[in-house]
Design a protein around this ligand. Sequence first.
Ligand SMILES: [Zn+2]
Ligand SMILES: [Zn+2]
Length: 324
Amino acid sequence: MAPTHVLRCCQRGLAWIPVIFIALVVCWSYYAYVVELCIFTIPSIGEQVVYMIFFHLSFIMFVWSYWKTIFTMPANPSKEFCLPKAEKERYEKEERPESQQEILWRAATSLPLYTRTGAGAIRYCDRCQVIKPDRCHHCSACDMCVLKMDHHCPWVNNCVGFSNYKFFILFLAYSLVYCLFIAATVLQYFIKFWTNELPDTHTHAKFHVLFLFFVAAMFCISILSLFSYHLWLVGKNRSTIEAFRAPVFRTGSDKNGFSLGFRKNIAQVFGDQKKYWLLPVFTRYKYINIFKYSRPSSDTSSLCSFFSSHKHKPPVKKAGVLSG
Ligand SMILES: [Zn+2]
Ligand SMILES: [Zn+2]
């Protein structure tokens, strides 16, 4: 095996460390809450049952949305955005950037492209050899172009973008609910242990309950800030990348260029049907690629053509359905 392959395999393996860390913390929190707190510490059966029901509801939603964020394949540009074979050969032979841009401009005339580079050129990824659709960016960690890329998240070892942004938001929401619920219900036992009000029969339970409160409270604070920021981004219809660098349109840069108004911005991430908003399932929005610079009548984007052929099916991990 070539050294570069070995290095890449090692990198891929190491990239799972943050996910394994989170999984271990979650497994421990499950044990500490269910066994050490509910079974060993709480004396009332009624309180035990109520806590167990709400704990398991938040736990299932949290793990489900986390799983979907990790294992949903990032969506890539469809084949319409690849240069035809002859054009690609010409592009590769051409050394002058102006001539290369000419080739790209010709190929882009039939594509629904509204954004440009800072210099006003067609956005092209040399690595993937594809014309970048609006809001698409190349992720160096995933080594691919990702539609509506938000950021590459090490905690899910995946790119957060068009295919899993809803899952990511729900993951933040349910992890916040999970931590808040734990912190709120553990607090009284935390105080009782601290003030030695509970019998000292289970010293290890005391240790777990104390740690459970600290860990839940710490995660609450960090997740709350990230969750609030992403809710603000959803309301403005901006990705994290676009929040740092305003997208450049044919007429110039505009940080609100993709905004459709608050309600439609929410629907673009969470879908048309409100009954699915809180579930980590793929939901579509019929005007996914419509924004103030585009014309609804020219709704022929890669995303829309993808939806017309795939309806409600979510993009599948490692299948690259949007690229073929
Ligand atoms: Zn790329
Ligand atoms: Zn990535």
